[in-house]
Design a protein around this ligand. Sequence first.
Ligand SMILES: Cc1cc2nc3c(=O)[nH]c(=O)nc-3n(C[C@H](O)[C@H](O)[C@H](O)COP(=O)(O)OP(=O)(O)OC[C@H]3O[C@@H](n4cnc5c(N)ncnc54)[C@H](O)[C@@H]3O)c2cc1C
Length: 345
Amino acid sequence: MMDVYSPKTLEEAIRLLDADPGLKVVAGGTDLIPRLNQRLESYDKLCYIRPYPETSGVRTEEDGRLFVGASVRLNETAEIPELAPYTALVSAATHVASYQIRNQATIGGNILQENRCMFFNNQVHWSDVNHCFKWGGNKCYQFPQSKVCMALFQSDVAPVLIAYGASVRVRGPEGEREIPAEKLYNSWNAKDPKNQKSLAHNEILTGILLPPAEEVGRSSYVRWTLRGTFDFPLLSCALAVRTEGDAVTRCGICFGAAGIRPQAFPAGADAFTGLALSELPAAAKGLHAEAAKRIQPFRDTHLDGNVRREKAGWLLEAAVAELLSPDNGKHTWFRGSAELMAPVE
Ligand SMILES: Cc1cc2nc3c(=O)[nH]c(=O)nc-3n(C[C@H](O)[C@H](O)[C@H](O)COP(=O)(O)OP(=O)(O)OC[C@H]3O[C@@H](n4cnc5c(N)ncnc54)[C@H](O)[C@@H]3O)c2cc1C
């Protein structure tokens, strides 16, 4: 038996969460419910959050930033005119999973989705034997020395937010607070070794705050997957560059599916800043070794050990090519790219 709540207001949802540590938030449910069905997790009580006024729609804040409600569905991002200049964000959101899932999945749920690992997201009897952190045990099977769960974070949207320098807004019993998107994933909490997010149990993400479009500039998002659709990224790269004339004046780069959190690449961003756009492809070629250092080795059923690392530089080059392409945002990167799928030397 499971109790399902559907509070009418955001305040009521927060009150319920605050009163009951066993209550679990559900938005679209496309991340959480499959895990419940697989019996990887179980809860006695679920709290379905509705699209409340505080978590809905898109609006410009007084300071010029664009608020995107956490309840916005991934497919909706392509239909919201204010989001059109945020090419990488729309591209990332509209390449998640499948069309049907994107109709149900929220942008808030995407950036708070659970990390994944073949030692957990597996058949129940396997997890039963191998008690990793996520399964209530005291070991990480990926990195046996680790004191926390090192499962891979594969959100498509999160790396874009970090490349943009965006923040998120959360509401709890004490009121509202803002967190830079990068800090949302900074939780190395040995007391809660299976949780990689910096959100308290009684807090609800209400939305994302994007810098004004002219500050973000051009952006691109590329993802390397085994299949063209319905697939988590094996590795992804978000790139945003603001220019004055032809010169890059601000740059943000972030890799997704690169470790337990999205991995920003400040050395790459510094290398690009000050260059002309036409110089970026050559600069990206020279950054393979540095890019590889940002990627955590990780084994799963598709790839072994260091393959993700070896591909990081290629992906950065692809992000630059996409940024400079007149069709930026229209490609379905990167299924079947011969270059990326070639064996690593
Ligand atoms: C077959 C399949 C393929 C997938 N492929 C991809 C993919 O390619 N890329 C990708 O990024 N994801 C993928 N996903 C994961 C998932 O579908 C998406 O990330 C989706 O955006 C999650 O959104 P949701 O609203 O359904 O989240 P939910 O399942 O409702 O919630 C996810 C988590 O976030 C928490 N949460 C949700 N909203 C809030 C909030 N407002 N405040 C506080 N906590 C909250 C929930 O408690 C839960 O822990 C895939 C899933 C499936 C089943």
